[in-house]
Design a protein around this ligand. Structure first.
Ligand code: RTP
Length: 155
């Protein structure tokens, strides 16, 4: 079956400051990479609180919004775009439930985090948010499109 890179779905994934400080960047990248997803954009940034607020704009009425925006801007974040069939929904599965107390073992949060305020990773929750978040964090020229040799063995 022919699958062209340009047609594949993309999602925004971020290792939050707690994941970076705990040395979990490579562990997280590894889980997405081994699954068969393709990294098409990556950078390390310290977002401003205003930028973090934009990222979490859908949660602006939540009581934890201020603390959450402050936390996301408290240190380096690894911002990434991953590509592949079903990557938005399956990426959320790899990540696990929002509250690590409820995430299954085997998921990133289930294996590596304990409380909801320090759940180490973010992943877009649908096609619209994926598009918005990718546009917020990345310029088009910061993303690549390529066909890897492994692809014919994955699809
Ligand atoms: P994310 O956006 O980070 O992938 O998380 P999510 O979709 O699984 O969860 P969402 O409801 O969108 O919440 C975003 C982030 O807010 C923090 N949070 N804190 N009760 C709390 O203190 C609380 N609830 C949510 C978490 O860091 C969550 O990932």
């Amino acid at each position: 079956q022919e699958v062209h890179a340009a047609e594949l779905e993309r999602t925004f994934i971020a290792v939050k400051p707690d994941g970076v400080q705990r040395g979990l960047i490579s562990e997280i990248i590894s889980r997405f990479e081994r699954k068969g997803y393709k990294l098409v954009g990556i950078k390390v940034v310290v977002p401003s609180k205003e930028f973090a607020g934009k990222h979490y704009h859908a949660l602006k009425d939540k009581p934890f919004f201020n603390g959450l925006s402050e936390f996301l801007s408290s240190g380096p974040v690894v911002a990434m775009v991953w590509e592949g069939e079903g990557v938005i929904t399956y990426g959320r599965k790899l990540i696990g439930a929002t509250d690590p107390q409820k995430s299954e073992p085997g998921t990133i949060r289930g294996d590596l985090a304990v409380v909801v305020g320090r759940n180490i990773i973010h992943g877009s929750d649908g096609p619209e948010t994926a598009k918005d978040e990718i546009n917020l964090w990345f310029k088009p020229e910061e993303l690549v499109s390529f066909t890897s040799n492994a692809e014919k063995w994955i699809y």
